[in-house]
Ligand binder design. Structure first.
Ligand SMILES: [Zn+2]
Length: 138
């Protein structure tokens, strides 16, 4: 837990993401790198829980949070598809990358890239605009 991005490393978290809202059992963040416009992350409320360890009730709440964000992103940026990525090889904190894909956008038809090079960052006004949109659609 010492170096966990979501629990203990606010500085690193703030460099990568912007907090949007608390959901049922997750916190929602906008990913600062916005090659996939509207890309978000949800992180589970507790540290060191694997997806397979959630009981039926926790699992339903977790999936519901994922759907809530997926629907909000669909309404906010009207993508062709939303991708959901759970990796966590080296970060033992349950989280999901929720990544909208446009048909004529970057990497459509393939696996989304975690770290696109060069990265695409927005202005503060543009971050506020997309965050407000997603928030209003939650
Ligand atoms: Zn953690």
């Amino acid at each position: 837990m010492e170096n966990c991005l979501y629990c203990k490393n606010k500085e690193k978290l703030d460099s990568l993401m912007i907090y949007i809202a608390d959901l049922k059992v997750c916190k929602l963040y906008l990913f600062k790198e916005q090659t996939y416009y509207g890309r978000c992350v949800i992180a589970y409320k507790d540290h060191n829980v694997d997806f397979t360890e959630l009981n039926a009730e926790e699992s339903a709440a977790f999936i519901s949070d994922m759907q809530t964000v997926g629907r909000a992103i669909m309404k906010s940026v009207n993508p062709a598809k939303v991708n959901y990525g759970m990796f966590s090889d080296t970060l033992p904190h349950l989280h999901v990358h929720i990544v909208p894909k446009q048909k004529d956008g970057y990497g459509f038809g393939g696996t989304f890239e975690m770290n696109v090079n060069p990265p695409k960052y927005l202005s503060d006004a543009e971050y506020k605009e997309i965050i407000d949109k997603i928030k209003s659609n939650l």
